[in-house]
Design a protein around this ligand. Structure first.
Ligand code: IMP
Length: 174
């Protein structure tokens, strides 16, 4: 395992991104939608840094991977949000945007539900791996095409608890 982004660097960068979100949504109600499971730690760190009194949080779980390292492309909602998003401002919080398939699905989903404004916030962006177009409005770090774990990200449901982001160098299951 090789550490790519240490805990302090993540904290510093997440604080900057939280500030940007605060300023873009000044005096507006908005909902941060945490995409489980991967974005749980990132969302918590963002939440601690957002100062707005107009923010609320929702949690949604999608699955596309099983225990593989690349998206199957078949995205399934495992847990939906509990509120009506018609006319609401949404910021989707993802751990990582890779092929873009999950984000394409999620943005389409919230558009269909009539959200007013849909922004995407990702801890990590693997830009070179896109199969479909997926815009990231708030990105903490761009990374190269390598499989990463930690800070919420897993390999076969493990390593989510690491407080930093590391490259997974264990056995290959692709
Ligand atoms: P996409 O649909 O290919 O963009 O993949 C998005 C999802 O795949 C993310 O929410 C992660 O759950 C997972 N994922 C993609 N790359 C990695 C990685 O390097 N480590 C762990 N999970 C990943």
């Amino acid at each position: 395992m090789k550490v790519l982004i240490d805990e302090q660097s993540i904290k510093n960068r997440v604080a900057e991104v939280a500030k940007q979100i605060d300023s873009d949504f000044a005096n507006k109600d908005f909902i941060l939608v945490c995409i489980l499971k991967g974005a749980f730690m990132f969302t918590a760190e963002l939440a601690k840094n957002i100062k707005s009194e107009n923010v609320s949080f929702e949690f949604m779980a999608v699955s596309s991977y099983g225990n593989e390292k690349r998206s199957s492309g078949k995205i399934k909602i495992v847990k939906d949000i509990d509120v009506d998003v018609q006319g609401k401002n949404i910021v989707i919080i993802e751990d990582i945007v890779d092929t873009g398939l999950t984000m394409e699905f999620l943005v389409g989903y919230f558009k269909n539900k009539g959200a007013n404004c849909i922004k995407v916030c990702a801890l990590l962006d693997k830009k070179d791996c896109r199969k479909v177009e997926a815009r990231v409005d708030y990105c903490c770090f761009d990374i190269e095409d390598r499989f990463v774990i930690g800070y919420g990200l897993d390999y076969a449901q493990k390593y989510r608890n690491l407080p930093y982001i590391a490259e997974y160098t264990g056995g290959n299951n692709e």
